[in-house]
Design a protein around this ligand. Structure first.
Ligand SMILES: N[C@@H](CCC(=O)N[C@@H](CS)C(=O)NCC(=O)O)C(=O)O
Length: 215
């Protein structure tokens, strides 16, 4: 059974934003049970964890003699070893993987820049001046993506690891108000969140936060 790592006490208070959510969701989609090792921020920076993750972050994935870091690499590994997250047809499979990369390297950077500024830079003198340009960069990408997801349920045929990755990236915008401006995208995210595997992964992550708050 694989073991993943996750925050002992997630800064998002269990809202499914931490990147172990992607891995949990992928494992739930393919029906693979897993163990979770919870880490404090201090433990993430210790040599024992850095031996698994060079940047001292979560998530990691251990299965037998394989250790992986980077949520995209982990989800791709799970999708390649189980049915359900990548199409069998070689071209469709390559396109689904392209959507995973698009989520991580085209959509996620401007979204992370915006959300990090909203979380950690609100009190800076330049925040109000910088915010509109950060929002505009995200809006451009959302506009482009909405033309795609407005036409079909999923990005390319059946639900795939590409959708899983895209939705976890888009969910980072939940508190930004920007998703409300793009009804097609909000509906796409809601469709994905209604999947039983998403719900199970979300509940598992929330349960960790609730247990940490009680102790
Ligand atoms: N590109 C990495 C990013 C990993 C990452 O940023 N993890 C965050 C949690 S979502 C983390 O561990 N933050 C704490 C830190 O960097 O100290 C991935 O997709 O796995």
């Amino acid at each position: 059974m694989p073991t993943i790592t996750a925050f002992e006490s997630s800064p998002d208070r269990g809202k499914g934003q931490a990147r172990d959510m992607r891995v949990r969701w992928a494992l739930e989609e393919v029906g693979q049970p897993y163990d979770v090792r919870l880490l404090s921020f201090a433990a993430m920076k210790q040599p024992a964890h850095r031996a698994l993750h060079p940047f001292g972050q979560i998530p990691t994935y251990e299965d037998g003699d394989l250790t992986l870091f980077e949520s995209g690499a982990i989800v791709l590994h799970i999708a390649e070893r189980h049915d359900g997250l990548l199409p069998k047809d070689a071209n469709a499979r390559a396109r689904a993987i392209a959507w995973m990369f698009a989520a991580l390297s085209t959509m996620e950077p401007p979204i992370v820049e915006l959300t990090m500024a909203m979380l950690f830079e609100r009190d800076r003198s330049w925040y109000a001046e910088r915010l509109p340009s950060l929002q505009e960069r995200v809006r451009i990408r959302l506009g482009e993506l909405s033309r795609r997801v407005g036409k079909t349920d999923w990005l390319d045929g059946a639900f795939s690891a590409g959708d899983l990755m895209m939705v976890t990236v888009l969910r980072r915008l939940n508190t930004s108000g920007l998703l409300d401006e793009f009804r097609d995208i909000a509906a796409y995210v809601a469709r994905a969140e209604a999947r039983p595997a998403f719900r199970r992964a979300f509940e598992a992550q929330l349960a960790v936060f609730q247990a940490a708050s009680r102790s």
